[in-house]
Design a protein around this ligand. Structure first.
Ligand SMILES: [Zn+2]
Ligand SMILES: [Zn+2]
Length: 111
């Protein structure tokens, strides 16, 4: 039953991360690094979007019940590929109150 090699696992992990970055980056993050942001005079935390994606629900506003993080990643990919979400219980994210984002503390301070 040793069909999966370590390199396959690593490859899957990297692919998963890339895919998750593509899925989750979306609304709030702009793929601009903090150093680029500061050199552009942008807020290093939010890139002048005034919002920061919630790390708990990854900007979705809800979290799946009873799943391990690893399984949630797989679920996300599955759903992004058109999978059926039924059967997966979600609860509103308590950290961001189901909004999926916070106000940027840096920006709200200066304004
Ligand atoms: Zn949240
Ligand atoms: Zn900011």
């Amino acid at each position: 039953m040793e069909n999966i090699t370590a390199s396959e696992i690593a490859g899957f992990g990297v692919g998963t991360l890339l895919l998750c970055a593509t899925i989750a980056a979306p609304r709030v993050d702009t793929f601009i690094s903090a150093s680029q942001r500061s050199s552009l005079g942008m807020c290093t935390k939010c890139g002048d979007l005034k919002l920061i994606a919630c790390s708990t629900c990854r900007g979705v506003g809800s979290v799946k019940e009873g799943g391990l993080i690893g399984f949630n990643f797989v679920d996300d990919i599955y759903q992004s590929l058109g999978g059926d979400e039924s059967g997966v219980k979600t609860t509103p994210c308590t950290k961001c109150r189901a909004r999926g984002h916070f106000r940027c503390p840096n920006c709200s301070k200066s304004q």
